[in-house]
Design a binder for this molecule. Sequence first.
Ligand SMILES: Cc1cc2nc3c(=O)[nH]c(=O)nc-3n(C[C@H](O)[C@H](O)[C@H](O)COP(=O)(O)OP(=O)(O)OC[C@H]3O[C@@H](n4cnc5c(N)ncnc54)[C@H](O)[C@@H]3O)c2cc1C
Ligand SMILES: *[C@@H]1O[C@H](CO)[C@@H](O)[C@H](O)[C@H]1NC(C)=O
Length: 602
Amino acid sequence: MWMYPLLLGAVLLAAIFGAIKRRGGGSRNPFLVDSRRPPAPLVTDRDARKKVLKQDNLDAVVIGSGYGGLAAAVLLSKTGKRVLVLEQHGKAGGCCHTFNEKGFEFDVGIHYVGQMDRDSILRMMIDQLTDGQLQWAKMESPFDIIILGGPKDGKRYYLHSGEKEYIEGLKKQFPGEDANIDKYLALVKRTAKRIHHMAIAKMVPLSLVKFLQWTGLLAWISPFFRMASRSVSEVVAECTKNEDLRVVFSYIFPTYGVIPAESSFSLHAVLVDHFLGGGWYPQGGASEIAFHSIPIIEEAGGAVLTKAPVERILVDSEGKAYGVSVKKGQETVNIYAPIVISDAGIFNTYEKLLPNELQVLPEIQKHLSMVHHGVGGLSVFIGLNGSKEELGLEAKNYYIYQQSDLDKAFVSYFNSPRETAPEKIPLLYIASPSAKDPLWEKRYPGKSTLIVLAIAKYEWFEEWKEEKVTRRGMEYESLKNSFVDNIMETILKFYPQIKDRIEYISAGTPLTNSHYIGSPRGEMYGAEHSISRLQADVAAKMRPQTPIRNLYLTGQDAFLGGFPGALHGALVCASAVLRRNLYVDIFWLSRKIEAENTKKSS
Ligand SMILES: Cc1cc2nc3c(=O)[nH]c(=O)nc-3n(C[C@H](O)[C@H](O)[C@H](O)COP(=O)(O)OP(=O)(O)OC[C@H]3O[C@@H](n4cnc5c(N)ncnc54)[C@H](O)[C@@H]3O)c2cc1C
Ligand SMILES: *[C@@H]1O[C@H](CO)[C@@H](O)[C@H](O)[C@H]1NC(C)=O
């Protein structure tokens, strides 16, 4: 009988807490559902028990939660390792994170990815790394539209999805250029098809790469490395005399950030080939990438912590990395692990995170001397009142070029002082992320977004680098606004219908990138993708293994920029850590899946 008053009391208490909950201060009920399940068999495996009971035995710590870091952590987790990922920003994902402002969601660094057809090997890798949870939405065709001249009356050229459509489309738009178009695309395909030579160069002994290069055998075997030292401008000029077609052959260079005169044809070919089938966008937005990666890390006993800036990599007296020290609030905490993986890029890792006495080591300095900082970016985020239908927004990208001599336009822009640079912006990339996402309307009904990207020099903004984000002062704001105003003038000519629909505008400079994605000089794609970076010896040296034992690099600096580049960075990194070739493993899995599919369909 004594139970009744107790229960009554409990009910009363519940009512009080229910009231609190309705005011928004409540918490969740841990007894909402009956959580009993049938007892599982006793786990006797000692390692499996240790993983749960002994929480200090990390197998690896990863610095940075960009896709390079997450994918490396996922790969290790899938082999049962406990991995801790530490991210300086408040949100996981690096370039794949999204942010919300005034009822809009914006993504930072994933606007489109190629080769996401169901049967592509890249798609298969990503499917495996996200347990099949990440879905991709195909963009419309044409997916890329080049506008040469003014935003309203400039000439337009269209790139269609699908190799056949892409080529035929070009031939229709450039009558009389058939042979030149064929020549260029054959060269692109022959070069790009050998991209795996890049991965091989990072996995075989360095001395072998050097030997093959020194004897000239490498150029002979590998069209990829043969074309690596030729510039895009040079190759394109050999393919056609038509000025506009030259622009169309070169237009994609902003996706790796080096002007045609200084970029390697090999990398260019890889990007052109990458998008021949069209473009895809992560369904549900870019944050889906981290959202579906983190649970896999957690399932293996690992974790991803945000607001956890790593300050130092711990290296013992024998020169072996054994952990990191990380800032936790005001304190610094040491975290120990036998493997340290850095997704923070080569500059952060070697110039900021290594102890000072190791930064000056000749081997480290040699690595640093091979690379330069890549270009900075300026992004404008625009939130609009209205659906894509109301505003006429499409799942396409626009590249608006002011003039057809791309090299000249960019050199003149880069050489301008910051006061006049905004008037000379040579290229705007414009897209509507909300129109690309089939699930957007469900998530943000009646709203739309636009993103505009331009290349910008870190030096223009460097003066304010010590100032706190959002508190950089009037002068910084007015410089930033002079870029934004110029950009918006073009945007309103391009989309006059959005004029009274703008609810939100904000912009990010290279300093903003530096703050949120930790890039030292606001780089968009990590270390510069110059011709020298694509040379076999440099490519081979920029491998995950570092001069410091047990310290590895992952992500874009370990392979190439872009989402797929960061993924390959993670694959070569995890291969090095696990001492097995994961490309071979994934190849066998793809064969198995193929066999199962044919069995099913027969
Ligand atoms: C504006 C923009 C547009 C882009 N558009 C595309 C696109 O359309 N398609 C495409 O494929 N690619 C695109 N990219 C490139 C692509 O997003 C990147 O190449 C790729 O995501 C890089 O992944 P990552 O893991 O190597 O590095 P990042 O994503 O840069 O991750 C590095 C992480 O390390 C963290 N970090 C740094 N220092 C520390 C520290 N000391 N402690 C803890 N954490 C630290 C950073 O905060 C960051 O989260 C774009 C990039 C930008 C900037
Ligand atoms: C959005 O536009 C509609 C008209 O299409 C209007 O009724 C509404 O008030 C607008 N919302 C905002 C926040 O401006």
